[in-house]
Design a protein around this ligand. Structure first.
Ligand SMILES: NC(=O)c1ccc[n+]([C@@H]2O[C@H](COP(=O)([O-])OP(=O)(O)OC[C@H]3O[C@@H](n4cnc5c(N)ncnc54)[C@H](OP(=O)(O)O)[C@@H]3O)[C@@H](O)[C@H]2O)c1
Length: 247
């Protein structure tokens, strides 16, 4: 059931996170939106409310552990609980390792990996105590398959795949009724490519996206499907991408 579920979404200001927020809110979920760009969060919250949905936002940098804690607290203070934590914030400044863009490597580890861990740390104690909850994370097909230019991005997404699977196993062992789902999108039309600074990587990736990309509402439907399954049913691993993209 989606109706009345309280869903926290990181990376909610654009792309997959924003589309998921709109879809879930349209189906009766109460959404709690986190990202860094306040204007985007404010506009999206208003859009959801005008459409009859319930939404709140908080400026959140997932690199800061306390920001994830405060975002979860906003959900509890506003709606009384938290049911789903959608760990979706991420960036993809791809480049060959030989370019030594070490600042970008660190940024990807901080946001794509540590940001997910910060979100898990913020919600896991609550999910364990209430003996229910749902973690959903956006990995990538780059977390399943290696490709030149995507070494560090892929490494962070492989890491998310691993830790989400272990979270599923441990939650089952601990009888905490926590569900997990990991999403592996391929080429989705969002703002993600803007994070690439290496000109050749940007050009190559843009060509791929121009040829294949589909819109992020498709990914939102997958997230909604996972949430909507009965509480005793965990659907766990989803690739989602353009039919014609040979990823
Ligand atoms: N688009 C694709 O083809 C594709 C494919 C596979 C996986 N993914 C994954 O999908 C997820 C969503 O990306 P998207 O494609 O929807 O791209 P997007 O439109 O660029 O969205 C990325 C989101 O992450 C947020 N974000 C970035 N750094 C953050 C930080 N430090 N703290 C909090 N929020 C932060 C951004 O908001 P602010 O800038 O406002 O903070 C934005 O809301 C990412 O994890 C990405 O790796 C995307």
């Amino acid at each position: 059931m989606i109706k009345d579920k309280v869903v926290v979404i990181t990376g909610a200001s654009s792309g997959i996170g924003a589309e998921t927020a709109k879809l879930l809110a349209s189906q009766g979920a109460k959404v709690v939106l986190g990202a860094r760009r306040v204007e985007k969060l404010r506009a999206l919250t208003n859009e959801i409310k005008v459409a009859g949905g319930e939404a709140v936002y908080r400026v959140t940098n997932v690199v800061q552990p306390e920001d994830s804690v405060e975002l979860v607290k906003l959900a509890q203070d506003t709606f009384g609980c938290i049911d789903v934590m959608f760990l979706n914030a991420g960036l993809m400044p791809n480049s060959p390792l030989s370019e030594l863009k070490t600042d970008e490597w660190n940024q990807m580890v901080d946001v794509n990996l540590k940001g997910v861990l910060n979100g898990i740390a913020a919600a896991l104690p609550i999910f364990k105590a209430q003996k229910s909850g749902h973690f959903i994370a956006t990995s990538s097909v780059a977390g399943l398959k290696a490709y030149p230019g995507g070494a560090v991005y892929g490494a962070t997404k492989w890491a998310v795949r691993d830790l989400m699977e272990v979270l599923r196993m441990e939650s089952a062992q601990e009888h905490s009724n926590i569900r997990t789902a990991t999403i592996y999108p391929a080429a989705i039309k969002t703002e993600l490519l803007k994070t690439i600074t290496d000109p050749q990587s940007a050009k190559d990736m843009q060509q791929t996206y121009d040829a294949y990309e589909i819109t992020p509402d498709r990914v939102a439907k997958v997230v909604a499907f996972a949430i909507d399954m009965p509480e005793d049913t965990n659907v766990n691993e989803f690739t989602v991408g353009p039919t014609n993209q040979p990823w």
